[in-house]
Structures are given as structure tokens and as C-alpha cells.
Design a protein. Structure first.
Ligand SMILES: Cc1cc2nc3c(=O)[nH]c(=O)nc-3n(C[C@H](O)[C@H](O)[C@H](O)COP(=O)(O)OP(=O)(O)OC[C@H]3O[C@@H](n4cnc5c(N)ncnc54)[C@H](O)[C@@H]3O)c2cc1C
Ligand code: SF4
Lengths: 539, 136
């Protein structure tokens, strides 16, 4: 059996960064990913089956067959169905098909409990680290992975020490219209920072402004995920062995709490294993918790790191209020990716609600998604008038939406289903509870601001979706292996080492204490970079 | 799956959901092809119901007009489909008319507006119509 310096479970955002840092430091690593390593052509641009519109399936995994989860009402859900809380499963994880928004959290996002107090029944808490601690790592990720943006416009943050490495993309028609709306309202207006090459960068070309960005792979690799940056560098270094199409079943741990290695199963059902000095779990918030549960020992019968019943709790994602407007003129000019102007006017300091969220205009909306979700609910859905509405007004639809900082609840959680197993026979994740109801009030407040913005931008008619109370997670899943000083209230320490285990780490969205009012991936990469460098320093 | 008559009814109905104007109607744009493909893929659970749906439309046309659905004027077809949409049917329906009709409308839209790779939206005709361009 081969022995490695480190084994990384999951080749997504956090794991991908960890691979780059460790391999770059000369560590010999094994990276295990359950999904495939896919080229552009192997991530279909299917408008009915993508990570953007999963009407009948999706394009970035996991496979629909053999990977169920279960819900509180006893139902079994498939990966593309509502309630599953899917992200993606392939080399690059969510970053292979993401929308590439590259947001730093705000200083306040790390101190939610101190600022707002803790609502009864919630597990709102401060992070053990602050913005200042993370700032150099944000900067590092922005430069190494590659982010375009305008630092001087980020007035909701402390001044940047180093600007973005690339300028923002030129605005399209919708953005210009929405910028006028913000100006009219006197709200902050900024070009969204994006993991997108606005100019040639790091040996890859600039974005060609196509119309199928979010939910799809990039035809010219101008979208910067871990697959084409840190993982590519790790593989080039010769220090990283990547095995795709293998599902890690269990982490091996001795009676003293020392982790020895992992066991996996490949797609043909063959089992194998390897040992390592350290194991890094980067399987995403739901699957990382599941793997810790499935690795229970005599000493920790409820799962590794779960001595305080914290693993799997506080599952968070983002409520995403969406308001749509019908404009007198054309908004859509086919200049992708779309989604480029944002405001952080309402992330904090809102009257009477806890936290808030960023608001932004949207990516180019695929025609079938527009039909199913964006066209006004009161138009007739068949006949000439329906067809002509799409013909004349598809391009006149615009929308504003944004991720609301969730108020976590310990009851919103991942556990193991006692009966249901996946195609390999491994117990699957069971999802139960909801986010704390305070989230609904904040989301409703943010929804109203979205409508206000659309009206100011000139929409003649506005409608939309005000979120209801539910369990959250999905593409922005986080929170299930909280970071904290106190082992009684957290799963990993501030360096992301699992309490009680010298050589077991979690580097992914699981460690987020709260998930910010922003898309989370830049923060996942920044915390992972910081933790991985620390692992190397302490070696 | 469909006999000749059922297929005629289906085509006639599709062309009222997405009628021809300056741009092709649903059938010419490939919506029926999309639907047939899906009935063997994601909509296999409706493979029995779809022929029943067309039979019911046919029965409805016979009850109201003593004619085949496909032979009715556009306006008559629209009026009949509107009754189905509202669940105000005269014939005996083996399935919930309003619910099935709503699904049928969605399936037609999927065939018309989704990517040509799904069997409909022939040569991207609906995208040309609405002004959605694809490059790259
Ligand atoms: C369509 C889409 C758009 C998005 N847009 C944005 C955006 O614009 N901005 C933003 O900030 N975020 C965005 N996200 C979210 C972002 O991608 C995630 O936050 C991020 O990828 C999470 O990182 P992670 O490391 O926690 O997990 P992931 O990236 O999900 O990586 C986990 C990996 O582990 C693998 N894995 C799981 N279990 C096992 C196992 N047992 N054995 C082996 N491998 C395993 C999974 O297959 C997966 O590849 C988007 C996501 C999607 C899908
Ligand atoms: S808009 Fe298209 S070309 Fe540009 S980054 Fe996104 S997928 Fe790539």
C-alpha cells in the first residue's frame, strides 16, 4: 500500500486549494474525487439538465442513479430534485460550473452574534477569526486563482491592500440600466468581482462573453476554478496523484484518535485504500459531515469529531429572494456572463432585521428558465400571446436577486439515514430541520429592496419570489463542521484541525460559522489557503 | 406509442399551444420530436397517459362538434383547449384534464425553448425568434 504525506478527500474549491498549496510545498499527496475529471465537451450545455436548470437532471454530478438522500418526511430525493441540497461532483467541484462571483465577506459577517445578539433557538455565533486575519488570504486567492474587479468600488470593505489583478469586464446593457437605478436611489454600486479573466491571465485567455456561463463549463477556460488553477498546478508539480471516480467510504482512525488513511470504492465497485500522515476532508458541507459519521470508531461511536454532537448541525446556504421586472426597452444584449452590477447597501445596519445580503443583477437567463421562472405569472401560458410575449419581451426582462445571510439553527442538520444506502452500500445523508425563522424576515426585507431597485431602474412591472421558511444548503452549503475554539461548540479549531485529532482537517465550506450575505466560494478558498499554509508550516 | 390518429391530434394540439406566425409553429419547430424523445427518457411515466390524453381530446371534439379534433378550425380548437385547461370537459376523461393540460403546455415550451440537442427548437429557431444568441 502506498503511503502519502496527505490524502485530500474531494477535489472541489477547498480541496483544490489544499492540493495546490501542499503539492507546491513538496508534499506528496493523493487527491480522491468521486466525480469525473471532465473536459469542456463532457459537461453538456443541456438547458434542461444543468446545474443551473435541473429540470430532468444535471450536468456536473453526482449521478442521478445511486446517490439518494432522505428528507424528514421520509421521502427519498435524487440529486437533481428539490430538497437534495446538491452542489456538484467533479474535479473542480462547484467551481467547474460556478457563476464565478468572488466575494469577500464583510468584517461584520464574522461577528454576527456580537453585533446582533443571538435569537432564541438559533446558533448564531461569531467566527473565531476575523476579517483582518483572512484578508491576506482573500488577496492571495484573488491573485492566484484570478479575479477581475474594481477594488476602489468595494466601499463596504476596508480599503484593499492590493488591487484586483484584472479590471472588471465592460458592463452590458442590463448592467448599465441597473447602475442608473442605483444612482437614482443613492445606493452603493459596484461591478461584481468575478473569477473570470477580463484579460489574458495565468496563461489562459480572456472571457469571450458567451451566454452559457453559470451552470456550465467555460468554452475557453476563462472562468477560474480550482480545476484549471491550483489542481492543475498540483498535477504539474508531480507531487499530486489525482484519482477521479472514486468514492471515499471511510477514514481510518486508531483508538488514540490518530488518523491512518482512507478507504475508497471505484465506479466498478473495487475497494482500495491508502495511508497518509494527514487526511484533509474537503467533500462539501453535506458529504464531509456524512463521511465523518461513516467513519465512527469505538472511541467516537457517533462519528469522528462528533463528541459534542456538533457534526452536521447548523447547515446553511442562502435564501435567495428574486425579483423580476419587465422593462420598456431591451435589457438583454447577449453580452455574457451577465450579472455584473451589485450593491452591498443592505448587508448590515438594516432596521429591525438581523444581517442582510448583497443584491445583484443576474446572469443571462436561459430561454427555458425565463419561461419557467421569470415570465410574469399572470400571462396566458399557451397560444399566440404566450409565444409573442417571449418573442417581444424575453429580452426586456431583468432581475435582481441576492444571497441573504442566514441565521443558523442547530436543528437544520445532516445526519445519517439509518436504512437507505447509496449504490456502494454506504449510508446516505438524511436532511432535517430548517434555518432559523429570523432568516425569513431578513430575506423579506431584502426582497423588498430588490423590487425597489428594479422600479428605480425603470421596470414597468415587478413581481417575484419571497422566500419561505425551509432548510437551506444547496450550491452554497456550509456550516456542518463549525470552526471554533471550544470543542464543546465546534468541530474544528481555528486552523481547521478536527478537535481531538492531531492529523485530521476539514477544508471546505463546512467550517463556516455563518455564511455571509455573499456567495461563499472566495471565503472557502481563503480559509482553505490559510489552513493549508499552516499545515505546511507546522509540518 | 401513438397511432396515426392520436399523432394527428397531438400535432394539432401542439400547434395551438405554439401556433405558427412569422415563426414556425410547434410541430415544425420540433416540439413533437422533443416530446417523443422525452416519453422514452424522462417522461416514461407518461407514455400511457399521452395517448389517452389525445384520445380524450378527440372524444371532446366529437362530443362538441362531431368532428375530429385535427379537423376543427383554429378558433374551435382553442375554445376546446380552453375548456380542458379549466377542467370543463364534456367527454369522459381518464385523467385530470386541467392538470394534464398544464403539463402538456410545459412540455411544449421545453421542446420549443430548450437547446436543440433535446430534439426540439429546430436549428435554434425559437432562440432566433426571441433574440437569444449563442456563441462560444
Ligand atoms: C452552478 C453553480 C454556481 C455557483 N456560483 C457561485 C458563485 O458565483 N460564487 C460563489 O461564491 N459560489 C458559487 N457556487 C458555489 C461554490 O461552487 C461552492 O460554494 C464551492 O464549490 C464549495 O466548495 P467546497 O470545497 O465546500 O465543496 P465542493 O466544491 O462541492 O467540493 C467537494 C468535492 O468533494 C467531492 N466528494 C464529496 N464526497 C466525496 C467522497 N466521499 N469521496 C470523494 N469525493 C467526494 C465532490 O464530488 C466535490 O467535487 C456555485 C455553485 C454551482 C453549482
Ligand atoms: S461568459 Fe462564457 S466565456 Fe466568459 S467566463 Fe463565462 S463561460 Fe467563459
Amino acid at each position: 500500500m502506498t503511503h502519502y504525506d496527505a490524502i485530500i478527500v474531494g477535489a472541489g474549491a477547498g480541496g483544490g486549494v489544499a492540493a495546490g498549496v501542499l503539492a507546491g510545498a513538496g508534499k506528496r499527496i493523493l487527491m480522491l474525487e468521486r466525480g469525473p475529471r471532465s473536459e469542456f465537451a463532457q459537461v453538456p450545455r443541456d438547458h434542461l439538465r444543468s446545474q443551473r436548470g435541473s429540470f430532468y437532471g444535471h450536468n456536473a454530478g453526482p449521478d442521478i442513479e445511486g446517490n439518494p438522500r432522505t428528507l424528514e418526511d421520509g421521502s427519498i430525493v435524487l440529486p437533481h430534485q428539490r430538497g437534495y441540497q446538491n452542489n456538484a461532483a467533479m474535479v473542480g467541484g462547484g467551481t467547474r460550473v460556478f457563476g464565478a462571483q468572488a466575494w469577500r465577506f464583510m468584517p461584520q459577517d464574522f461577528r454576527m452574534a456580537s453585533i446582533y445578539g443571538v435569537p432564541e433557538g438559533s446558533s448564531l455565533a461569531d467566527w473565531p477569526i476575523d476579517y483582518e486575519e483572512l484578508e491576506p488570504w482573500y488577496e492571495r486567492v484573488e491573485w492566484e486563482i484570478g479575479v477581475s474587479g474594481t477594488d476602489s468600488a468595494m466601499t463596504h470593505l476596508p480599503p484593499y491592500k492590493r488591487p484586483y489583478p484584472m479590471p472588471s469586464l465592460q458592463p452590458n446593457t442590463a448592467m448599465r440600466t441597473h447602475m442608473k437605478g442605483l444612482e437614482k436611489l443613492g445606493w452603493q454600486s459596484l461591478p461584481m468581482p468575478q473569477f473570470i479573466n477580463s484579460v489574458d491571465y495565468n496563461g489562459r485567455q480572456a472571457c469571450i462573453r458567451c451566454q452559457q456561463c453559470v451552470g456550465f463549463a467555460c468554452p475557453v477556460e476563462a472562468k477560474n476554478g480550482t480545476h484549471n488553477t491550483t489542481i492543475a498546478a498540483a498535477l504539474r508539480s508531480g507531487n499530486c496523484k489525482l484519482k477521479s471516480g472514486v468514492m471515499v467510504e471511510r477514514i481510518d482512525c486508531d483508538d488514540g484518535g490518530r488518523v491512518r488513511g482512507v478507504n475508497w470504492i471505484d465506479n466498478a465497485g473495487e475497494r482500495d485504500s491508502a495511508t497518509a500522515e494527514i487526511v484533509i476532508v474537503s467533500a462539501g458541507a453535506v458529504e464531509s459531515a456524512r463521511l465523518l459519521f461513516n467513519s465512527a470508531t469505538k472511541r467516537e461511536p457517533n462519528g469522528l469529531g462528533n463528541h459534542s454532537d456538533q457534526v452536521g448541525r447548523h447547515l446553511q446556504g442562502h435564501y435567495y429572494p428574486l425579483a423580476v421586472g419587465l422593462f420598456p426597452e431591451r435589457m438583454m444584449d447577449n453580452l455574457g456572463p451577465g450579472g455584473g452590477v451589485a450593491t452591498c447597501q443592505f448587508n448590515h445596519d438594516n432596521p429591525d432585521v438581523i444581517g442582510g445580503g448583497m443584491l445583484a443583477d443576474d446572469f443571462i437567463v436561459l430561454p427555458i428558465i425565463s419561461w419557467k421562472i421569470y415570465v410574469p405569472r399572470d400571462i396566458k401560458r399557451w397560444g399566440l400571446s404566450a409565444k409573442q410575449f417571449m418573442r417581444d419581451r424575453y429580452r426586456c426582462l431583468g432581475d435582481i436577486k441576492g444571497p441573504v445571510h442566514e441565521i443558523p439553527s442547530p436543528e437544520g442538520r445532516v445526519t445519517l439515514d439509518p436504512k437507505v444506502r447509496d449504490k456502494f452500500g454506504i449510508p446516505v445523508a438524511h436532511l432535517s430541520g430548517t434555518t432559523h425563522p429570523e432568516t425569513v424576515r431578513t430575506a423579506s426585507f431584502i426582497y423588498d429592496r430588490a423590487e425597489e431597485w428594479l422600479r428605480a431602474s425603470g421596470a414597468e412591472k415587478v413581481w417575484g419570489y419571497r422566500p419561505d421558511l425551509r432548510l437551506s444548503g444547496g450550491q452554497h452549503q456550509a456550516g456542518t463542521c463549525r470552526m471554533g475554539e471550544d470543542p464543546a461548540e465546534s468541530v474544528v479549531d481555528p486552523w481547521q484541525r478536527v478537535h481531538g485529532h492531531d492529523n485530521l482537517f476539514v477544508l471546505d465550506g463546512s467550517v463556516h460559522v455563518t455564511n455571509g450575505g455573499f456567495n461563499p466560494v472566495l471565503t472557502i478558498m481563503a480559509t482553505s489557503w490559510r489552513a493549508a499554509e499552516h499545515i505546511v508550516e507546522q509540518w | 406509442m401513438f397511432n396515426e390518429r392520436q399523432l394527428q391530434t397531438l400535432h394539432a394540439a401542439i400547434d395551438r399551444i405554439i401556433p405558427e406566425d412569422d415563426f414556425p409553429g410547434g410541430v415544425e419547430a420540433g416540439v413533437a420530436d422533443y416530446l417523443l424523445k422525452q416519453l422514452g427518457r424522462d417522461l416514461t411515466h407518461l407514455a400511457q397517459d399521452y395517448p389517452r390524453f389525445t384520445d380524450a381530446l378527440e372524444a371532446e371534439a366529437q362530443a362538441a362538434h362531431c368532428q375530429a379534433f385535427a379537423a376543427l378550425e383554429d378558433g374551435q380548437q382553442d375554445a376546446l383547449l380552453t375548456r380542458v385547461e379549466l377542467g370543463e370537459v364534456e367527454a369522459d376523461w381518464p385523467l385530470d384534464p386541467a392538470a394534464f393540460f398544464a403539463d402538456f403546455v410545459e412540455h411544449c415550451a421545453e421542446g420549443f425553448y430548450s437547446d436543440p440537442g433535446n430534439g426540439g427548437n429546430r436549428d435554434g429557431v425559437s432562440w432566433r425568434m426571441i433574440g437569444y444568441e449563442v456563441n462560444g
